[in-house]
Unconditional design. Structure first.
Length: 124
């Protein structure tokens, strides 16, 4: 098995974050765009941080509406040659956080209730 590296499957839960979104405006095409945005950011971050130490990996991201909630799930599986001194779990967590942070900006810009109600507060 030399050269094959270690296989890691990491499972995490992220606390629910209330973004005050108008989910009625989120279409099925938008859900695919949201999932794609997260996946791209996670993939690019892992490739940038780990480079050739990644042997194989898969990332599956889903975005779905459950009632009034947008639920984004990220599933990763990584085979790598990462030395124990590098905590792969920390690197994966960081990559997923970057994906969530990027999509949060997109969601707030496109689907926030304040924007859809035209209610932007102006300072006096």
């Amino acid at each position: 098995m030399e050269g094959e590296g270690r296989r890691h499957r990491i499972s995490r839960s992220v606390p629910v974050k209330n973004l005050n979104l108008d989910v009625s405006k989120i279409s099925s095409e938008a859900l695919m765009d949201i999932a794609s945005t997260v996946e791209t950011e996670v993939r690019e971050t892992l490739e940038r941080l780990l480079g050739p130490r990644i042997l194989r990996y898969s990332i599956a991201v889903t975005a779905e509406l459950q009632g009034e909630q947008l639920v984004i799930s990220v599933d990763t599986s990584i085979s790598s040659r990462v030395p124990p001194s590098l905590r792969l779990e920390h690197i994966v967590d960081r990559a997923i956080k970057r994906g969530f942070d990027k999509v949060e900006v997109l969601l707030r810009r496109r689907y926030s209730r304040e924007a859809s109600e035209g209610g932007t507060k102006q300072e006096s």
